[in-house]
Design a binder for this molecule. Structure first.
Ligand code: SF4
Length: 349
């Protein structure tokens, strides 16, 4: 079951209409570390993603938020198989990825990614039309068909082919380059698009235009989005559901409005309190997030947030809370909202 998920869009349901488009189970990736010989534990291991489960329903936008280093971008790269996971299973429309039923090439065609750096994502020697036509050409389209598709997509993302098709990346603005990246992502008719800080480098007026474009394209192409950002206003605008990550784990997940109205996890509440307020009477004097920034090398025992949590109790430093506590209609991994935890300051869930 996907908590707070919207109804599925029609069509393209290889695994049935009720099957989530993407299911991720027990995903983990640890980087580096020294030692580990003769059965000893490695030291200095970065636990970038450490046992993450989530689903994305067909036709929804799942927003993923958290501070820098929380594992949200690594999660995206693991889903895309840009980085090989150490552990975990990824199902796409009911099929395990990397199997005979759904090979990596087929999966990668159906899942596309747009990155933050619009310039680095583009080949400086390819014109805009060649950039967008490249994928269809590689997948067997004729030069004429690939070019026609590129022009259609450029038109759909607001770049008139007559003006932009022959330009190179350095001849267009950052917002226009990101539109090219979006057109290129759509050139293979994907079903899931992962947007990793895709608007973060744009100035605010361009950002708003690109966000509205993404919403239009989602509707017109029947897309599903994973939308990764550190910007809470943007994630609220874009997402049906939100997943909050902290130090490689999921802290809370649920419908966007529920997360914003009634956050169940103290970390989510602190993140929301850290949003700048335009109201001078509503400014907080106290820093909402106390303590050192998170370090994914050898993270704290028990609840990873406990050194910074104002509600931490003794049990929080040795018992890790599971992501199975319902707060209203969403899930939070926190002893404070678990009636069976014995936390001395229990909150009624
Ligand atoms: Fe805070 Fe304890 Fe909840 Fe962790 S489990 S967020 S330390 S109250």
């Amino acid at each position: 079951m996907i908590i707070g998920a919207p109804p599925e869009v029609e069509g393209r349901d290889r695994g049935g209409a009720g099957t989530p488009l993407l299911e991720v189970r027990g995903l983990a990736k640890h980087f580096g570390g020294r030692g580990g010989l003769f059965g000893q534990a490695k030291t200095g291991v970065v636990r970038a993603v450490d046992g993450v489960d989530f689903s994305v329903a067909k036709g929804e936008t799942l927003g993923i938020v958290g501070e820098s280093g929380c594992g949200k971008s690594t999660t995206a790269r693991l889903v895309m198989q840009i980085i090989k996971p150490d552990l975990g299973e990824i199902l796409f429309d009911g099929e395990a990825v990397g199997t005979r039923a759904l090979g990596l090439r087929d999966f990668r065609r159906q899942v596309q990614m747009v990155f933050q750096d619009s310039y680095a994502s583009l080949n400086p020697r390819l014109t805009v039309e060649d950039t967008v036509a490249f994928g269809p050409r590689v997948h067997g389209a004729s030069p004429a068909a690939a070019l026609a598709k590129a022009h259609d997509l450029l038109h759909r993302v607001g770049l008139e082919p007559g003006r932009f098709a022959g330009r190179y990346p350095h001849e267009i603005s950052g917002g226009q380059r990101q539109r090219v990246n979006i057109a290129r992502a759509l050139s293979l008719d994907p079903r899931l698009v992962i947007l990793d800080e895709a608007v973060s480098a744009l100035d605010k007026s361009v950002e708003a235009q690109v966000l509205n474009l993404l919403l239009d394209l989602k509707r017109d192409f029947g897309l599903t989005y994973m939308f990764i950002t550190h910007d809470l206003n943007v994630v609220r605008f874009m997402s049906d559901r939100i997943m909050v990550m902290y130090l490689g784990k999921v802290a809370e997940v649920g419908a966007s409005e529920a997360i914003f109205e009634t956050p169940g996890h103290p970390y989510t509440a602190a993140l929301l309190n850290s949003m700048p307020s335009m109201d001078p009477d509503n400014r907080t004097e106290e820093a909402p997030l106390a303590g050192d920034p998170p370090n994914p090398i050898n993270p704290p025992s028990g609840c990873r947030f406990h050194p910074r949590c104002k509600s931490a109790a003794t049990l929080c430093s040795h018992a890790e809370p599971a992501l199975n506590i319902m707060v209203g209609d969403h899930l939070a991994a926190c002893h404070l909202v678990d009636p069976s935890s014995g936390h001395p300051r229990l909150v009624a869930a």
